[in-house]
Design a protein around this ligand. Structure first.
Ligand SMILES: [Ca+2]
Length: 333
């Protein structure tokens, strides 16, 4: 293995020198390499583009800038420190809006009085939604001990002011989720159809299936942080949606990957990652978003739980392929 590394270094240095003499322009050298040589180099080395310097591939995304300009750390999994909570949230109880008083840390219901579209858009933007919301008033029989307050806008952030009015508004986000064209789903374990689980995607690393993921938006996939434990370079990842059978055809490159905890070597509470795609998925019968739970969502006792994932199967002892499976669990609440 070590001999191969030494030999490659000599090979690319020789090629590099020859190309430099041939084209005379440093950035053009890669165009002159044969695909085989280029693929071989990329298998062992990372090219610092601005200084035309090779570094061992293991030094890409290792947390240290080994290229003079830090290119080796640019397209990697990004750590997003856990920050303060978003100042608005929607209760699962008829999708009513709550706003956080950041000074006291207490939540209050948003009152419908003087509420307008700019406030609704600001609330959605704070929660990460860009679509245009709709809203209306609704009587709230049970305020669960939270006060009602009119809300105003301050630098794009909703804030409350004292109010004795008793109307609350209902916010409706036009984000269809959790719907499949094949329902109800078959009870028990077995091979799953993508029509029944259209949010299921395959995360592929160097064309190998490594993890499953769920579509939460045409540009975003929810998955586990530990999938990227040893695979932090973005260019090696692609996402396949809309198929229950493993395929590397028509996969989508990854633009960014976010994790919220650097200590994700092993699955734990914060084992969550968000993957942003370079281009949006086309929503169809086989590609649809899953629903995220509301902050106060509680599963009823004995609610069915489903787990879907990819695994190999063998048919007639000859043919092996990676297919989507599902199995049913039971809550123990
Ligand atoms: Ca590095």
């Amino acid at each position: 293995m070590q001999k191969l590394g030494v030999k490659l270094q000599g090979t690319f240095a020789l090629l590099w020198g020859g190309v430099l003499r041939t084209v005379g322009i440093l950035p053009s050298w890669t165009l002159s390499l044969s695909p085989l040589v280029k693929a071989t180099l990329e298998h062992y080395y990372f090219l610092c583009g601005k200084t035309i310097k090779f570094i061992p591939l293991q030094q890409q995304c290792n947390g240290q800038e080994d290229c003079s300009w830090g290119e080796d750390e640019e397209n990697c999994v990004q750590l997003v420190p856990e920050g303060p909570p978003v100042g608005v949230r929607i209760s699962t109880d008829r999708a009513t809006l709550q706003v956080l008083n950041k000074e006291t840390g207490a939540w209050f219901w948003a009152c419908h009085d003087n509420f307008h579209m700019a406030l609704a858009k600001a609330a959605c933007k704070q929660m990460g939604y860009s679509s245009v919301p709709t809203f209306s008033a609704v009587d709230l029989a049970d305020t669960q001990g939270l006060p009602l307050r009119e809300v105003t806008l301050n630098n794009g952030v909703l804030q409350g002011q004292d109010s004795a009015k008793m109307l609350i508004y209902l916010l409706s986000l036009d984000a269809a989720c959790g719907e499949s064209v094949k329902s109800p789903r078959v009870v028990g374990g077995g091979q799953a159809r993508i029509y029944a689980w259209p949010w299921q995607v395959s995360l592929q690393h160097k064309t190998q299936h490594l993890c499953g993921g769920s579509i939460i938006d045409p540009r975003w996939i929810l998955t586990a942080a530990h999938c990227f434990r040893n695979n932090q370079a973005l260019q090696n990842w692609r996402v396949k949606a809309g198929s229950e059978i493993f395929s590397t055809f028509n996969t989508i490159p990854v633009e960014k990957i976010f994790i919220i905890d650097s200590n994700y070597m092993f699955p734990k509470d914060n084992d969550i990652a968000l993957v942003k795609l370079t281009s949006p998925l086309s929503i169809s019968d086989t590609i649809k978003p899953i629903c995220l739970p509301f902050f106060d969502e509680e599963l009823p006792s004995n609610a069915p739980l489903w787990v879907t994932g990819w695994g190999y199967t063998q048919q007639d002892g000859e043919f092996s392929r990676l297919v989507l499976y599902r199995t049913e669990l039971k809550t123990a609440l």
